[in-house]
Design a protein around this ligand. Structure first.
Ligand code: MTE
Length: 322
């Protein structure tokens, strides 16, 4: 996503000289990390295997009617075609480079405009509110999409528990910063940690969830274990992975992508087929998993969720809120 160049080639296919050099450093760094990490983490991984290992089934979640008519993207595509720059800038790197990532133990901190700072462990987050399955379309700003059966809790339930004060106008989501476990962070492709944000009413919208699993199991590392944000009417980059901190703020958070390329990425980033990204048309999309010759499909306003969220933006000039 980051390479700022006039082109309609998807970024994973572009290798500028600088990127090539960066990539070489990256690959060396990643290789080194595997050696060190395996030395450091072998015991820990073994030890924590009972806690929240990948592939662990989630039981007792409620099936909902969301997306019941959608054809799911194959699990193998969802778990091997990823954007997760903490583990590399290529689509296939996160699945490989995140193998040693340890999503347990994990604590989520709540701070900022709240009655009092709080912390919650991942196991307690599983029990905070009944878990639901939500089958949502996910549209990346790069022009591809997937349909994923997430399992999670409405973000509004977590916010109620967090007890924000009247000063809370925005919510900031801060992902893990740990370049031992996340080798991609040894290169400054983004201003780490990954930061995203929502306006308070967007965060409280019933469609917004904090996902803890997908396809009936806890989240795989490459998809954001142990917890990630899912906001189905916005471009996928709003869906922060591996969140460690939620901060309630009075002013609009400075998000990683806006800092990296303010002319390309906006804070709102609502899916909008009428406003093209400087490098990618947004009028259509490629549904992943359908094979090379599958025709592109039309992108829908707010990714097809206009009925539920359109009113949040009444009065706003959507051509300027990319
Ligand atoms: N979260 C973090 N922490 N780091 C990232 O690089 N990439 C974002 C988003 N969340 C990203 C992230 C982007 S650009 C997209 S499109 C989605 O994750 C991709 O999610 P997926 O890999 O599960 O399909």
């Amino acid at each position: 996503m980051l390479i700022i160049q006039k082109s309609d080639v998807i970024p994973s296919e572009i290798t500028t000289k600088e990127n090539f050099e960066n990539r070489r450093t990256f690959i060396k760094a990643a290789g080194a990390s595997l050696v060190t990490a395996s030395g450091i983490f072998t015991g820990l991984i073994h030890h924590s295997a009972q806690a929240l290992p990948n592939k662990q089934k989630i039981s007792g979640y409620v099936k909902t009617k969301f997306g019941a008519d959608e054809k799911l993207t194959p699990y193998d595509d969802v778990t091997t075609y990823n954007n997760y720059y903490e583990f590399g800038t290529g689509k296939s790197e996160p699945a490989i480079e995140s193998k040693l990532f340890k999503p347990s133990p994990w604590t989520l901190s709540i701070e900022g405009a709240v009655k009092k700072n709080k912390q919650i462990g991942i196991e307690d987050l599983f029990k905070l509110s009944p878990l639901e399955e939500r089958i949502y379309r996910m549209r990346c700003v790069e022009g591809w999409s997937m349909v994923i059966p997430w399992i999670g809790l409405p973000l509004s339930k977590l916010i109620q528990w967090a007890e924000p004060t009247a000063n809370a106008k925005f919510v900031e989501f801060i992902s893990l910063s740990d370049d031992r476990m996340m080798p991609g962070q040894r290169i400054q492709v983004l201003d780490w940690p990954y930061v995203e944000g929502l306006r308070m009413d967007e965060a409280m919208n019933p469609l917004t969830i904090m996902a803890l699993g997908m396809y009936g199991e806890v989240l795989p590392n490459q998809n954001g274990a142990p917890l990630r944000l899912v906001v189905p009417w916005k471009y996928g980059f709003k869906g922060s992975k591996a969140i460690v901190k939620i901060r309630f703020t009075e002013t609009m958070p400075k998000t990683s992508w806006v800092k990296a390329g303010p002319s390309e990425y906006g804070f709102y980033a609502n899916v909008n087929p009428n406003v093209d990204h400087p490098r990618w048309t947004q009028s259509s999309e490629r549904r992943i998993g359908g094979g090379l010759f599958t025709p592109r499909i039309k992108t829908q306003m707010f990714n097809g969720y206009a009925e539920q969220v359109g009113q949040l933006y009444s009065g706003m000039d959507l051509s300027k809120n990319f």
